[in-house]
Design a protein around this ligand. Structure first.
Ligand code: PGA
Length: 276
C-alpha cells in the first residue's frame, strides 16, 4: 500500500494528527432512506430516539427521514436535542421542477442539514457535477451539507485512493473556501453500505483514509481550513462496532443507515460516540 505508506511517512502527518485531535462535538446522522413504510412507524422510532437523545449530551443527533414525514416528526420532537435533515436537495433555488424540493423550503421548515451525493443517488445517475451544484446551493443557503464520498471497491495497489481524491475534488469543484464552514464529509465506501454488505472498514483502514481525506482537503483549501472540516464515517456502523470505529480514528461521527431504524442499537451507537 505504497500510497498510504507515503502518506504516513510524510512529516506533516504528526502535526496534522495533533490538530485533528481538536475537541469537536460529535455528530450522529440517521439516514432512514426510503423507510419506514408509514408515518405511524416513523413516529414510534422517533419517540424512542427522542428518549435516547435526552441521555446523550455530547453528540449532535440529526435525523434524515423521508421528507414527507418531516413536519409531523418535528412536531413530536419538541423538547429533544435533535436536528433534522434532508436526504438530498435540488441545485436550482426556484422554478418549475416537478418533484423537487427547494432549499428555501427546507430552511422554511427549519431543516438545516442535508445529505448530498449519497452513493445510492450517484448510482441513480447523479454525477460529480450535479453533486457540486447541489453543494454550492446548499452551502450558499447555510445548510450543513454532508457530502458523501467513497470508493465502490478496494484494490491492493491503492487505486481506490486516486478515485477517492478525484471524487472529492470533483464534488467540491467551484466550492470556494468562504463557503465551507458548513461542509461535512461522510466517508462511505460503497462496498460497506447496507445490511448485506461484507461489513464496515477496519479501524486501521478508517484511520488511514481519514488522514488521506484530510490531505486531499488540505490540497484544495489549505491545512487550517481542512482540519476544521468534520469527517464522518458511514457503512455498516452498528451497535457492535461503533465503539471500535470511533476509538483513535479521528472521525467526528457516523452516518448510519439500517441501524438508525432500530432505536436500541442506535442508542448504543450514540453512547459510543458520547463516551469518546
Ligand atoms: P448502512 O448505510 O449503515 O445501512 O450501511 C449507511 C448509508 O448508506 O448512509
Amino acid at each position: 500500500m505504497a500510497i498510504i505508506r507515503g502518506i504516513r511517512a510524510n512529516s506533516w502527518i504528526g502535526v496534522m494528527k495533533k490538530s485533528m485531535n481538536k475537541r469537536r462535538q460529535k455528530v450522529l446522522v440517521a439516514n432512514w432512506k426510503m423507510k419506514p413504510e408509514s408515518l405511524k412507524e416513523a413516529k414510534l422510532i422517533l419517540k424512542s430516539i427522542k428518549r435516547v437523545s435526552k441521555k446523550i449530551s455530547k453528540v449532535r443527533i440529526v435525523i434524515c427521514p423521508p421528507i414527507i414525514f418531516l413536519s409531523e416528526l418535528k412536531k413530536i420532537s419538541s423538547g429533544a436535542k435533535m436536528d433534522f435533515g434532508a436526504q438530498d436537495i435540488f441545485y436550482e433555488e426556484r422554478g418549475s421542477f416537478t418533484g423537487e424540493i427547494s432549499v428555501s423550503m427546507l430552511v422554511d421548515a427549519d431543516t438545516r442539514f442535508a445529505i448530498i451525493g449519497h452513493s445510492e443517488r450517484r448510482a441513480l445517475g447523479e454525477t460529480n457535477d450535479i453533486v457540486s451544484r447541489k453543494l454550492k446551493t446548499a452551502l450558499r443557503n447555510n445548510i450543513k451539507s454532508i457530502l458523501c464520498v467513497g470508493e465502490r471497491e478496494r484494490d491492493e495497489h491503492g487505486e481506490y485512493l486516486s478515485f477517492l481524491a478525484g471524487e472529492i475534488k470533483a464534488s467540491l469543484s467551484g466550492v470556494q473556501g468562504n463557503l465551507i464552514d458548513n461542509l461535512v464529509i461522510a466517508y462511505e465506501p460503497v462496498w460497506a453500505i447496507g445490511k448485506n454488505a461484507k461489513g464496515a472498514v477496519t479501524k486501521r483502514e478508517l484511520e488511514e483514509v481519514v488522514i488521506f481525506i484530510k490531505k486531499t482537503l488540505s490540497d484544495i483549501y489549505g491545512k487550517n481550513k481542512a482540519f476544521d472540516i468534520p469527517i464522518l464515517y458511514g457503512g455498516s456502523v452498528e451497535a457492535k462496532n461503533a465503539a471500535e470505529l470511533v476509538a483513535d480514528t479521528q472521525i467526528d461521527g457516523f452516518l448510519v443507515g439500517h441501524e438508525s431504524l432500530k432505536p436500541e442499537n442506535f442508542a448504543k451507537i450514540a453512547e459510543a460516540l458520547n463516551s469518546k
